[in-house]
Design a protein around this ligand. Sequence first.
Ligand code: ADP
Ligand code: ZN
Length: 777
Amino acid sequence: MIQTMQRDLFSDEAVASEQTATQFAEVVFDRPLDHAFTYAVGADLRDRIAVGKRVRAPFGRGDKATVGYCVRLSETPPARQVKELLGVVDDEVLLTENLLRLTRWMADYYLCGWGQVLNAVVPAGARDKAGTRALTFVEAVPEAGLKELPTGETSVASQETTGETRIPPKQAAVLELLRKADKPIEQRQLMQQARCGSGPIEALVLKGLARRVARRVDRFVDSTHEEAAPAGPITLNDDQLGVWNQLQPVLKQGGFHAFLLHGVTGSGKTEIYLRAIEEIIHQGKEALVMVPEISLTPQTIQRFRGRCGDVAVLHSHLGNAERGGHWRRVAAGHAHVIVGARSAVFAPAKRLGLIVIDEEHENTFKQETTPRYHGRDVAVMRARLENIPILLGSATPSLESWHNAQRGQYTLLSLPQRVLDRPLPQVGLIDLRHEPPKRGRPSAISDGLEHAMRQALKDGGQVMLLLNRRGFSTHVHCPSCGHVESCRFCDLALTYHKERDILLCHYCGFEQEPQRNCPLCGQSAVRYQGLGTEKLQVEIEERFPRQVVRRMDSDTMRKPGSHARVLAAFRKGLIHILLGTQMIAKGLDFPNVTLVGVVNADMGLHVPDFRSSERTFQLLSQVAGRAGRGPQGGRVLVQTFTPDHPCIALAATHDYAGFVAAELAHRRQHNYPPYQRLARLIVRSRDQQAASAFADQLADIFQRTLQTLSAQTPPEVRMLGPAEAPVFRLKGYYRFHFQLQSPSAALLHQVLRAVLPTLRMPAGVEFTLDVDPFNML
Ligand code: ADP
Ligand code: ZN
């Protein structure tokens, strides 16, 4: 289909002159529909229409003018009468051929509308040309330049000459500027340079010696740009050389090849990325680097900027204008390297030669709104389509990627040691079950951790403390009737935020004033329990009054730039103790951090999600990796109630191999990914009865479909549920979910494709489908 699309696109020009030929455009809209709609292209739009541009077309009830994407052009008239396009929106094509193919694949794989995918792919700033301005430029008309012009004589007499060969000196000066420039000059600049008004320009235009052209220019300012300290290349150590020797030939040769680079924290993975990128730039191609949102720090960007030339940055925290500016720069081929978060996978690069994904295991690569794609998986597909190598890197690869490496789909590269013979930090476990309460008061940090902190600070080191829960108290509870204050819209306890003095729902953002008395029984002694980062900060400041303590969580990091500011102060040593949520755990390289404390390692362990062990292991390994990155070394202390849990015990010994072996066995036994593919379906409604009834009905439909299919093939797709979702009520919706499990994605798709088009949703009931889900709550 792609082949025909391309042929049609090019044959378009050839037949444009035949007056009999009529053109038809296939258009997809931002709707969960699986097909394209055909429209006739009026003669006036022929020279503007192209595949990959947006169009306006009559659509839906009342034929409302609706914007969609043109995905195919053809000359074959459709069987039935079609409506005509109303207009073409874009001057330039927004999507490359490969991006069209990639998005088509996404619509098929994630079972959503192609138009929905396309809408998510092109950032708003690029669609509405935010940050650009239409300006008037002036250029010399080259054909009129054959005549010799008297530019030197500026006598008073010549000003009155209006003959063909003589022009007044002002005009002559302007013309000379234009001819020297050899490219159009913006009109206002031209007036400044020639120190004239618009009169002489107007006169030249009237004489046919110059002409005006309209151009759109960028006026975007790159806020990510800072002084780049060009770091010289480092001499690779033996492990790095081993990796490089496997990588380089493939980079030189080109073609699709997926690598998984497993390197412990601080093993010099980034140095490998940089070499690979340099090689690709050397070939005249572009490299795409995807990092988790949280790692998109100025430090990261500078590392690439220092070594790799022109870097464009793509992520959702940039304003529309800036984002659009970077996007257009990439589209125009002006960037050598594109660094960005999840959505950077859609960078409109035309000469892509390599994709790198750092911290490939990170959950943030998965998008939790339609299209619910996984940036890493889409990147691998893009590498296939572009026929280029892709390099996935992590200290704790996802089980999916590890499994792919074991199956030989990916080539495994490894860096088992830190650079410069630095050891991985020693990790000590503090068993909270045997920890005596301090002076009768519950306390966040044990004596052991407190002593270690004092020692580290005394020796001039810095300390990081991880507590993956924001707020002050995690629940408010009445000791006399047992009531726990929960969200009005969700089945979740409200968190008390002391600085703002509110009770807050971390899922839907619902806020409520804290009450002094229990709303149920009127008791006045309501208790604020559980530990969040705000309370931890208060406690640490009390215990360490002479140290500078800063907190980093999504509450303190609201203002743009605050993240970078705190990290810069920490790097300079102006902050002694940095505490925070997982925000502080990832990717940071602070050589003076000699102690990392984990306040409660069990926090994420008891979540009803088959990935909870994997996540806990990753988080502990990542945060431990922040310690001992400098010559002074460092250590890690982990407080836990479950020191024997494999994911905690194995993280403490840096035993990734041991962890994955145990965890993979568990996954295989329970039919979970990476051995089986999952799709999660959620039915939700504000009306509990309606949601429940439709979930049952849907389950019946699936059961019958599975039976029909299993008559032909072995019953390999299994359905679990329907059941109430772990968070049953969320944002006012009652939610039922079920899961489909299958050893192959193709089978799973077959079942879903058989069912989805037949569904008729009852009023007030919504339905979402998540292929390869990450959020199981
Ligand atoms: P990772 O990405 O694996 O955590 P980095 O690439 O950030 O590790 O490397 C950690 C530190 O070691 C960086 O400061 C980097 O400049 C430095 N480094 C990398 N390779 C070498 C090497 N071969 N010799 C000395 N230092 C190195
Ligand atoms: Zn809520």
